[in-house]
Write a protein that binds this ligand. Structure first.
Ligand SMILES: *Cc1c(COP(=O)(O)O)cnc(C)c1O
Length: 385
């Protein structure tokens, strides 16, 4: 499978053909799934093709990892059993005592991990306001800060962080910058090109896009010692993706560009529509000029602002839950980035310590007809008024 990536091709072409790799044993156009957990040695007890055990290496991972590295224009990629396994591998590549700067608004599970597990393990963690690079600079502890973590746009307010500025601040302090780019996807933003060292994705979301795989991804700018350490951690901690899931992830990636472009275009129209709706107090979407992150997003995101937004419904929690009750097309479910549109009341999901207003509904816009989606929200807002 030693096929090189043709860098003159556009990422959407590379994705559509999954790099164009053919199955070397049959010339099959669709890739095979290599389920074997182990690989036989030859008579001289040498490994054949450098593989021994699937927790470390499997041809099905190799193709999807090569594709992911190409889409992010990185040096190498690793797949994991979940986005959390990928993110926590970055955290565990640090040493106890190291200082981490992370946003106060970020993926709920990872914030919980930093507070309940990372600190217990010995990390010193400071949370700063999302999108505020001056706050990142102020939180840096020279010599101690080893990681700046950014999520952009971040969940569920979609604040946008200037990656180039965050990279400069991190690197001046000798720290690495890791970016959770799950919401932006490589279609709209390539953090490594803006100076990030590591890009992380929950492959569960847009990359797979069909709500049927849990997966995580890291892509690195350089194959350095830190990356070696993360590779070793994946192997020893065992957070590996199964070959079938790796294959499904690759299948999903083939339509990534079409899906994200459609969801972004649809989301912008929905956001503009709802911004004029009397039953909606605020639409949080970086594609709207009224959003605080709009200027940075316009520079840093290319081809759209993504498929995620939140709305604040007039009338508080009861009104928001009423809108969620009355939708017929949007599905009342968590997660994001799939082909079907979802609606979620974050305060219910996060519980009493949720920092978000209880009138907030998060929308993940799918690839359905935009007019159908607008009509569904219209009738739900009317029914709850
Ligand atoms: C879902 C998600 C994660 C966690 O990924 P899992 O695949 O659920 O482990 C991390 N970051 C963001 C932004 C997410 O949406």
């Amino acid at each position: 499978m030693a096929n090189n990536v043709d860098k003159s091709r556009k990422p959407s072409t590379l994705a559509a053909q999954a790099l164009g790799w053919l199955d070397p044993s049959t010339n099959g156009v669709a890739p095979p799934i290599h389920t074997s957990t182990n690989y036989a040695r030859d008579e001289n007890y040498e490994k054949v093709g450098d593989r021994g055990y699937t927790r470390d290496e499997n041809p099905t991972y190799e193709q999807v990892e090569a594709l992911l590295a190409a889409l992010e224009d990185g040096a190498d990629a690793m797949v994991f059993g979940s986005g959390m396994a990928a993110a926590t591998t970055v955290m565990l590549s640090l040493a106890p005592g190291d200082h981490v700067v992370a946003p106060s608004v970020m993926y709920f599970g990872l914030r919980n991990w930093l507070v309940n597990i990372g600190r217990h393990w010995g990390l010193q963690v400071d949370f700063v306001a999302p999108g505020d690079t001056a706050a990142i600079a102020a939180a840096i502890r020279p010599g101690e800060t080893k990681l700046v973590w950014v999520e952009t746009p971040c969940n569920p307010t979609w604040d946008v962080t200037d990656i180039e500025e965050a990279a400069r601040i991190a690197h001046d302090a000798g720290a690495m910058l890791a970016v959770d780019s799950t919401v932006a996807t490589p279609v709209l933003s390539r953090p490594l090109a803006h100076g990030a060292d590591i890009v992380m994705h929950s492959g569960t979301k847009y990359l797979n896009g069909h709500g049927d795989v849990l997966a995580g991804v890291l892509v690195t700018a350089r194959e350095d010692e830190r990356w070696e350490r993360m590779n070793y951690l994946r192997f020893e901690n065992g957070g590996m993706l199964g070959p079938f899931e790796a294959w499904l992830l690759m299948r999903g990636l083939r339509t990534l560009y079409l899906r994200v472009e459609r969801a972004s275009a649809s989301a912008l129209r929905i956001a503009e529509h709802l911004a004029r709706h009397p039953g909606v107090i605020e639409v949080l979407y970086p594609g709207l000029p009224t959003h605080a992150g709009h200027a940075v997003a316009s520079r840093q995101m290319d081809g759209g602002f993504g498929g995620m937004m939140s709305i604040r419904v007039k009338g508080g929690a009861a009104a928001a839950l009423d809108v969620a009750r009355h939708v017929k097309l949007f599905v009342r479910a968590t997660s994001l980035g799939g082909v079907e549109s979802l609606i979620e009341h974050r305060a219910t999901v996060e519980g009493d310590d949720s920092p978000f207003p209880d009138d907030l509904l998060r929308l993940s816009v799918g690839i359905e007809d935009t007019d159908d989606l607008i009509a569904d929200l219209e009738q739900a807002l009317a029914a709850s008024a």
